[in-house]
Design a binder for this molecule. Structure first.
Ligand code: 6PG
Length: 243
């Protein structure tokens, strides 16, 4: 696990955009493609807008990039809360990404079926072999959730890779999420976390005793690759060890 701490939000976003370009270039040169699972949330949205900007748009062979989603809200793809819609506006449309390169969660089936079908879609793309994304991008909620791995949800106890539906009682909504074993099979995992509001959650995840029910993002630990955190100083402020 590697900590990257920067003075400002802008520096964090630039560092992760540069990291994305490096990983994409390496994967495309080696395998002819780059597979990435996108995160929802306002922090990742700014990264996507930066990647689609003139600064980065020409740095990646976007025709070789294949986009999946680390989680999705169980809403239509044109709903304001859809992670797909957010990525479509921030990244896919500006870069004119072909729909053939984008794998959204089909939420019209209802949560359980949507989750099962998404696992089928992902497995088929990886030729039903081991599913290993080149990169999984993750945000962090101030309650220590990541993707849609929320505190005290059954999906936290999964031991084999898969995609599951998650009921959020307090919000009265369904979500669909990659489970931790599937995320952890990725070659690279990158957390994008900035702002003082996340400092307590970052401390819980990186330095407090293990309690995955309370702090689900503690489950994230790449099996064979690397987990990198991209933080600004305010988000890292509660850490005792910043090396
Ligand atoms: O669908 C989602 O909401 C995300 O997958 C979720 O895990 C998000 O990344 C974090 O909640 C951080 O969101 P913010 O960056 O908006 O705080």
């Amino acid at each position: 696990m590697k900590l990257n701490i920067y003075n400002t939000e802008a520096e964090v976003l630039t560092a992760l955009a540069d990291h994305f370009v490096t990983l994409a270039t390496q994967a495309i040169n080696k395998n002819g493609k780059f597979t990435v699972a996108l995160s929802g949330g306002s922090s990742p949205k700014k990264l996507y807008e930066l990647l689609a900007s003139t600064t980065y748009a020409d740095q990646v062979n976007w025709e070789k990039v294949f986009f999946f989603f680390g989680d999705e809200r169980n809403v239509p793809q044109d709903h304001k809360d859809s992670n797909y819609l957010m990525a479509k506006k921030a990244l896919f449309q500006p870069l004119m990404i072909s729909p053939a390169q984008i794998f959204p969660v089909e939420t019209s089936f209802g949560p359980a079926e949507a989750a099962a079908k998404y696992w089928e879609v992902i497995s088929a793309f990886f030729d039903d072999g081991e599913v290993s994304f080149d990169l999984v991008l993750l945000g962090l909620g101030d309650n220590s959730h990541t993707a849609s791995l929320f505190p005290y949800t059954p999906v936290l106890h999964d031991r084999t890779p898969g995609v599951k539906e998650v009921w959020l009682e307090d919000q009265q909504v369904w979500r669909i999420t990659l489970n931790a074993p599937l995320i952890n099979d990725a070659a690279q995992i990158a957390f994008l976390v900035y702002g003082a509001g996340k400092a307590e959650a970052v401390k819980h995840i990186l330095e407090d005793d293990e309690d995955i029910e309370l702090y689900p993002a503690q489950l994230i630990d790449s099996i064979s690759g690397e987990v990198e955190w991209f933080l600004d100083e305010p988000a890292a402020a509660a850490l005792e060890n910043k090396e």
